[in-house]
Design a protein around this ligand. Structure first.
Ligand SMILES: [Zn+2]
Length: 599
C-alpha cells in the first residue's frame, strides 16, 4: 500500500488518501505493517512481563504503605523505603558484584525538618459533644506541618474569619480560626497576625466533587517555615455545612489534641539497578515518589515499580528476557526534591540518563475514581495550542518554558506500548498535553526526555478517599507492563528496533499533521480576518514541523553501538520529506485564506 509510504502532503490535498485512512479506521483494518513492527517487538516483551507480574504482591505493597503518613524524610517515609529495600533484597538484588543491585542512601537535608504525626483528635464540646476526626481514622484531616498542642489539648472557640474585614494583632489569640479557604492562604492573617492557636479549613477542589462526596477531606499543609506553632485540621463539606449552621446560631467550642514531631530531615532513598551489559553508564530511569499519604498517590506507583523490578530481575536471570545493554535504574524518591538533589550531587550520573519514566498515580480503579489512564506527554505544541483530541486535564496547564518543547520519540513510543497492551485486554487510555507537577519536571528542565504515567481526574485525588479500595491491581500491572516494555526497548535498542520506531514516528507525524491541518483550515475559513488567521496557523504548524523533525532526529542517539549511515539517511529523508510537504500544505492554506478573504 504505497499510500502510507508516499509523501505526507498527498493525504492533505488528495481526498483518496483520506478515504483509504477513513476505511482503515472504520473497518478497523490493521494499519499497514510499518507501525506494527514496533508493536510486535513490544508485545514480545509484554507477554513475558505480564506473566511474571504478581498483582496480589503489588497490592500488598500498597496496603503496607497505607498505614503511614509519608512525608519526605519522616519515620513513616523511611519505613516504607526500608520495606522496598527489604523486598528487593528478597527478590535477589544485591549490594554489589551483581548485575542486579540495590542501594539505600541516607541524606541529611541541612536546615530542613521532617514532620512526623503521632496522634491527633478534633472534638466539638459545644453546642454538642461529638468527635469530628482522629488521625487513626482520617489521617489527611491533620495538615502537614501541624504542631503539637499541650498534652491535654486545647479547648477554644471557633471563629469564622472569611467575612472579617480585618484581624487586629492577636485578635484571635486563644481561638481557632475557621475558614472555607486553604490553610496556607489564611495562615499569615490568622496565626502570624491574629495569634490563633489553630486553623480549621474546609477547602477542597471542585474536581473532588465535594457536593457529591460530602465526607471527603482534602489534604493540605501549613507553611513549613511558619514562625508561630499552630495546628490545622481539614474538614469535609458535610462538617462545613454543620459548622456554618451552628455558628449562625451561637458559639462553637472545639477541643483539639495534636502530637507531632519535627526532626532534622533525614531522607532515605532506594535505588535498584539492572546493570547494562554493554553501556552500563547509560541510564534508563524509572521513578516513583514515596511521599504523600494516598493509596493511588503514590503507593500505587511505588508498588508497581517494585513489582516491575522484581519481574524483570526474575525474567532476565532466567534468560527469558535479554539482559539489557543499557542500565535500568529504578528509583524510589521524595517527589521532585530527590531528583533535584541527585542532579546537584551527582551531575555525572544525572546527565547519563537517556530517558526517564515516572509512575505517579498508576493504580486507579477507574470504575470508582473516574478518569482514565493518561500518558502525560513530554512538552509538544499541544501543550500551548491545545486542539482536539488533545485536552488539558482538570489538574490544569502548568509552567512550561518554550525551550522545554523538544521533539522526541518518547511520547509515541509509550503510546505504542499502551496500544500493544490493548491487543491482549481492553484498556482505556489516552494522552494529555504537558502539565507538570511530578518527577518528570526536573529532567525536562535539563533537556532530558521524561514522561509521566498517571490517571486523572481521580475524584479522590489528595483526599481521605484515596484508599486501598480505590486501587486496581490489574491497572498497576497494565501500566507497569507498558512502561517496562518501552524502557526495555530503549535499553536494548538494536538498529531493527530503531528502524521500527522511526516507521511508527512517521505514521504518528502523518496523523498529527493531518489533525492539525484540519483544525487550521477550519480556523482560517471561519476567521473574520483569514489572512491574519493564516499567519497564526502557520506558526502552529511550523511548531509541529519543528517538533517532528526533531523527533525523527532524536532516534539517532538510540542504537547501542551508535547511529549508522543507513539510519541517518532514513532520518534525513523523513525530515526532508516533512519539510517539503510542509511548504505545500502552507501553500494550500495560503490559497484557502486568500480565497476566503475575497468572499
Ligand atoms: Zn503524586
Amino acid at each position: 500500500m504505497h499510500v502510507i509510504h508516499m509523501h505526507f502532503s498527498h493525504s492533505l490535498r488528495l481526498p483518496k488518501i483520506r478515504f483509504i485512512r477513513f476505511l482503515s479506521l472504520v473497518f478497523l483494518l490493521p494499519l499497514p505493517a510499518s507501525g506494527q513492527r514496533l508493536h510486535d517487538h513490544l508485545q514480545a516483551y509484554q507477554v513475558k512481563i505480564d506473566s511474571a507480574f504478581t498483582e496480589p504482591r503489588a497490592l500488598e505493597t500498597v496496603a503496607y504503605f497505607q498505614q503511614f503518613w509519608r512525608d519526605g524524610g519522616n519515620a513513616d517515609f523511611n519505613a516504607c523505603m526500608d520495606y522496598i529495600a527489604e523486598q528487593l533484597h528478597g527478590a535477589g538484588f544485591a549490594r554489589e558484584r551483581s548485575p542486579f543491585q540495590v542501594h539505600t542512601a541516607d541524606t541529611i537535608i541541612a536546615g530542613s525538618k521532617s514532620w512526623q504525626p503521632h496522634a491527633a483528635s478534633l472534638r466539638m464540646i459545644a453546642p454538642m459533644d461529638t468527635l469530628l476526626y482522629t488521625l487513626t481514622r482520617t489521617k489527611m484531616a491533620l495538615c502537614v506541618g501541624s504542631h503539637s498542642t499541650p498534652d491535654t489539648g486545647v479547648t477554644a472557640e471557633l471563629v469564622f474569619i472569611d467575612t472579617l474585614k480585618q484581624i487586629g494583632k492577636d485578635g484571635l489569640a486563644g481561638k481557632i480560626a475557621y475558614t472555607h479557604r486553604s490553610p496556607f492562604s489564611v495562615y499569615q492573617k490568622a496565626v502570624m497576625q491574629g495569634g490563633a492557636v489553630g486553623i480549621v479549613s474546609s477547602s477542597i477542589p471542585e474536581f473532588n466533587r465535594p457536593d457529591q462526596n460530602l465526607d471527603l477531606v482534602s489534604m493540605s499543609g501549613l507553611p513549613r517555615q511558619g514562625e508561630r506553632p499552630a495546628f490545622c485540621f481539614k474538614i469535609s463539606r458535610r462538617w462545613q455545612q454543620t459548622l456554618d449552621s451552628l455558628l449562625a446560631r451561637g458559639p462553637v467550642i472545639l477541643h483539639a489534641r495534636v502530637r507531632t514531631e519535627f526532626l532534622p530531615k533525614h531522607v532515605r532513598e532506594v535505588t535498584a539497578s539492572i546493570i547494562g551489559a554493554e553501556k552500563p553508564d547509560e541510564i534508563i530511569a524509572l521513578i516513583a515518589h514515596v511521599d504523600e499519604p494516598g493509596a493511588n498517590d503514590n503507593a500505587s506507583g511505588s508498588a508497581a515499580l517494585l513489582e516491575m523490578a522484581r519481574s524483570l530481575r526474575r525474567l532476565i536471570a532466567a534468560g527469558e528476557l535479554p539482559r539489557p545493554a543499557r542500565t535500568l535504574r529504578f528509583m524510589w524518591v521524595e517527589e521532585i526534591a530527590s531528583i533535584r538533589r541527585w542532579k546537584t550531587s551527582r551531575p555525572d550520573k544525572f546527565h547519563k540518563v537517556k530517558v526517564a519514566f515516572v509512575l505517579d498515580m498508576v493504580g486507579e480503579d477507574t470504575n470508582k475514581t473516574g478518569g482514565r489512564f493518561l500518558i502525560e506527554k513530554m512538552p509538544d505544541p499541544s501543550a500551548i495550542w491545545t486542539r482536539p483530541p488533545d485536552a488539558h486535564t482538570e489538574w490544569g496547564q502548568g509552567f512550561m518554558p518554550k525551550s522545554w518543547m523538544k521533539g522526541s520519540y518518547l511520547n509515541d513510543l509509550l503510546f505504542a506500548a499502551c496500544e500493544t497492551v490493548t491487543r491482549r485486554e481492553p484498556w482505556d487510555f489516552a494522552t494529555n498535553p504537558f502539565e507538570g507537577g511530578s518527577d518528570h519536571v526536573p529532567f525536562l528542565a535539563e533537556g532530558i526526555p521524561a514522561i509521566l504515567a498517571w490517571h486523572f481526574t481521580d475524584r479522590f485525588y489528595h483526599t481521605s478517599g484515596d484508599n486501598l479500595d480505590k486501587v486496581s491491581k490489574a491497572e498497576m500491572r497494565r501500566v507497569a507492563v507498558a512502561v517496562a516494555s518501552a524502557a526495555l526497548y530503549l535499553a536494548n535498542a538494536t538498529p531493527e528496533h530503531v528502524g521500527a520506531l522511526l516507521d511508527w514516528l512517521q505514521q504518528r507525524a502523518t496523523w498529527r499533521m493531518n489533525n492539525e491541518i484540519g483544525h487550521s483550515r477550519k480556523a482560517i475559513l471561519q476567521a473574520s480576518d483569514p489572512a491574519k488567521a493564516f499567519e497564526q496557523q502557520k506558526t502552529i504548524l511550523q511548531a509541529w514541523l519543528n517538533w517532528y523533525r526533531q523527533a525523527f532526529g532524536s532516534v539517532a542517539s538510540l542504537p547501542i553501538h551508535g547511529t549508522t549511515a543507513a539510519l541517518q539517511a532514513q532520518i534525513n529523508r523523513l525530515q526532508h520529506r516533512l519539510e517539503q510537504d510542509f511548504h505545500s500544505w502552507i501553500q494550500g492554506l495560503h490559497h484557502d485564506s486568500q480565497e476566503a478573504s475575497t468572499h
